[in-house]
Design a protein around this ligand. Structure first.
Ligand code: SAM
Length: 273
């Protein structure tokens, strides 16, 4: 996968040299190019922002430098043999970044990120490139950062670990919270490693049993326990067809019952408690 990042703070992307993403780069699984937007600003102060039309506080990033930066990055990528680029625009007003979207982006061969500063980029830039490429406007959460670089780090790491051969154990992301599959839409439950005793705390007996069926059931029960506590909205949204008899028993123990439409909700007694 090729990744281009255009930013006014190239050094902010230095963590892309470290750990999983750094190793994927070293192995040639990820080709990351970080570009300084100011190289496409032509006045003596390398200006990339201007006052907003309509007034108001803050500054807006100008079309000119972004247009040139994206044209050149695209031309360079095509020349190097990259294909099917997609633009990823971090913005608090974008669609939420989820594991599902990470999976979708990981299937693309080339991502170009446009982390902004100030009040964001003149809207005509995304409009223009949307006529040529898929554009993903993405928010990493309901809060406002000072710039999009941290969002690029988050998205890149989530995407890179899904690329074939990047994780040591290819199966380890299949059990993750939110991973598509049997645990879809459930959070991952607790995990343990050696030693078996620590400060008087042991580990659940079932994990030592070697009984794969019982361990899988325990993990799923714990996933329900954690999800109803931390993200009840995920259970409420779940298609009840995804729940088997044991799941329903567990949900009932946790105080959840199916409503008239079959979807699960907290039973009225549990809500009152
Ligand atoms: N005025 C903008 C708004 O309310 O939508 C906020 C601009 S913010 C100060 C500057 C930049 O930081 C954004 O253009 C975007 O690149 C990035 N950013 C801030 N919060 C973000 C979030 N939650 N997700 C993704 N990017 C974010």
């Amino acid at each position: 996968m090729r990744i281009d990042v255009v930013t006014i703070f190239p050094e902010y992307l230095d963590p892309l040299n470290v750990s999983l993403v750094g190793k994927a780069r070293a192995r040639g699984q990820l080709d990351v190019r970080v570009h300084d937007l100011r190289q496409w600003a032509h006045d003596k102060h390398n200006t990339v922002d201007d006052t907003p039309y309509g007034g108001g506080p803050g500054m807006v990033m100008k079309t000119g430098p972004w247009g040139e930066a994206l044209d050149e990055s695209l031309a360079d990528g095509y020349e190097a043999g990259a294909h099917l680029p997609a633009l990823v625009v971090p913005t608090p007003s974008g669609r939420p970044f989820t594991q599902r979207l990470a999976v979708e982006l990981s299937a693309r061969p080339w991502l170009i990120f446009t982390p902004a500063r100030y009040e964001g980029i003149d809207t005509r830039v995304t409009e223009e490139y949307a006529t040529r490429l898929p554009v993903y406007e993405v928010s990493i959460g309901d809060y406002v950062l000072a710039g999009g670089e941290a969002a690029v780090l988050v998205i890149t790491e989530a995407v890179a670990r899904l690329l074939p051969g990047v994780l040591g154990n290819a199966e380890s992301h299949q059990d993750d919270s939110f991973a598509p599959g049997p645990m879809a839409d459930l959070l991952e439950g607790p995990v343990y490693t050696k030693p078996p005793q620590w400060r008087g705390r042991g580990i659940p007996e079932v994990l030592l049993s070697g009984h794969h069926g019982k361990i899988a059931r325990w993990r799923r029960d714990e996933a329900f326990r954690r999800t109803v506590t931390n993200r009840p909205d995920l259970i409420e949204r779940c298609d009840p067809a995804a729940f088997n008899k044991k799941d329903r028993e567990m949900l009932s123990i946790l105080g959840w019952q199916p409503g008239p439409d079959g979807r699960f909700g907290r039973s009225p007694e549990a809500v009152e408690e």
